[in-house]
Write a protein that binds this ligand. Structure first.
Ligand SMILES: *Cc1c(COP(=O)(O)O)cnc(C)c1O
Length: 383
């Protein structure tokens, strides 16, 4: 068995590669010739199968410990494919803090399609079990949520799901296969926004679904081939490049987060810090039962009597004011005005999102520079 980091760097070889090229070629061909009528061929049409895309799919299936993986043009296209294996009249339980785009596709697309959805705080296993109905077919959640980093271990949910014959679907974007392999803890399907950590450089939009077994793979492949939201060969190649440095990037990001958290803990006027990778903070014990780390995203609340949160985010110089996460450059966002702006002020407060909540997606820069940036922005934001 080869080590995880070796498997990040070495993609499966392509059997037609006679050139000695050490990376998989970008196959732009949309169609592939049959040697003769009726011949069994591996590739015939690029939507159905493309060697560049398939090499990354094989690698991701291996990295997640699944049977097969499927790549799409965005995380949302992947999530659509994972949910489209259900049928009209099915009911699924979802985490109440899942990604906003996933809420939107469930409420404004899949509900019209006939899927029933119940949002639950998945940290409360009793509440999850209580929400199961006769027509419940799955539980969909994120082990670490955005922006409050709430932790739901996979095993607890998967155990309940297995007892009731439900599928467990995990959005593993926030931890990546480097820090957590949900299938190992009982998940049936794993989805990723590969736009984030997997590609890692804010220049590829991509998504992935990984299945535990071949039977689920057939159902997801049907959607991938029928709907056709596949990842292009060029973007598959960029994603393959990103994957090779996943572990290096995430180790640095996490080390940087821990330094920033240590700095903020000593500052006055910081009401709360959310990061389950720090032993002093909420979620640490739960996270460490399954995950190797907490990744590069954390949040904190500025005491609004002391600091003006808008002046703070506007004053940062290294941190770009932008949504998204998981890339080499550091980003800051104000959830109340950006990622969660569609919620009313009451809904925001109910979801725990205060106007002073700041979310940082930390990159691989020098930690000292990032700390200096926070310092100068805090000084400017002081009331
Ligand atoms: C960004 C994100 C998505 C959506 O992925 P896109 O690539 O933007 O379509 C889904 N889930 C999580 C947790 C995300 O952060």
């Amino acid at each position: 068995m080869t080590g995880f980091q070796t498997r990040l760097v070495h993609q499966p070889k392509q059997n037609d590669n006679n050139t000695g090229a050490v990376t998989v070629p970008i196959y732009k061909a949309t169609t592939f010739a049959y040697p003769k009528i009726g011949a069994e061929v591996k590739y015939d049409y690029s939507r159905s199968g493309n060697p560049t895309r398939n090499a990354v799919e094989e690698q991701l299936a291996d990295l997640e410990g699944g049977a097969r993986a499927f790549l799409f043009g965005s995380g949302m296209a992947a999530i659509h494919a994972a949910l489209a294996i259900f049928q009209k009249g099915d009911h699924i339980i979802i985490g109440d803090q899942i990604y906003g785009g996933t809420f939107r596709i469930l409420h404004q697309f899949f509900e019209n399609w006939g899927l029933e959805v119940t949002p639950i705080d998945t940290r409360d296993l009793t509440a999850v079990e209580w929400a199961i109905q006769d027509n419940t077919k799955g539980v969909y959640f994120e082990p670490v949520t955005n922006p409050l980093l709430q932790v739901t271990p996979v095993a607890g949910i998967a155990k309940i799901a297995q007892k009731h014959g439900l599928l467990t679907i995990v959005d593993n974007t926030f931890l990546s296969p480097y820090l957590l392999n949900p299938i190992e803890y009982g998940a049936d399907l794993v989805v990723h926004s590969a736009t984030k950590y997997l590609s890692g450089h804010s220049d590829v939009s991509a998504g992935a679904v990984i299945t535990k077994d071949e039977e689920l793979a057939k159902r997801v492949y049907f959607v991938q081939n029928a709907i056709g939201g596949v990842l292009s060969p060029e973007d598959s190649n960029e994603l393959a490049r990103g994957i090779k440095t996943l572990a290096l990037r995430m180790d640095r990001q996490e080390a940087n987060v821990l330094k920033l958290v240590a700095f903020l803990k000593k500052e006055k006027g910081i009401a709360k810090i959310y990061y389950p990778g720090d032993p002093d903070l909420a979620g640490y014990e739960e996270l460490k039962t399954e995950a190797k780390g907490a990744g590069g995203v954390f949040s904190f609340e500025l005491d609004e009597a002391v600091y003006d949160p808008e002046v703070f985010v506007n004053s940062l110089e290294i941190f770009a004011l932008a949504v998204s996460l998981g890339a080499v450059e550091s980003l800051v966002e104000l959830p109340s005005k950006m990622s969660h702006a569609e919620l009313s002020p009451e809904e925001q407060l109910a979801a725990g999102i205060k106007p002073g909540l700041i979310r940082l997606a930390v990159g691989i820069e020098d930690a000292d520079d990032l700390i200096e940036d926070l310092k100068q922005a805090l000084a400017k934001a002081k009331r």
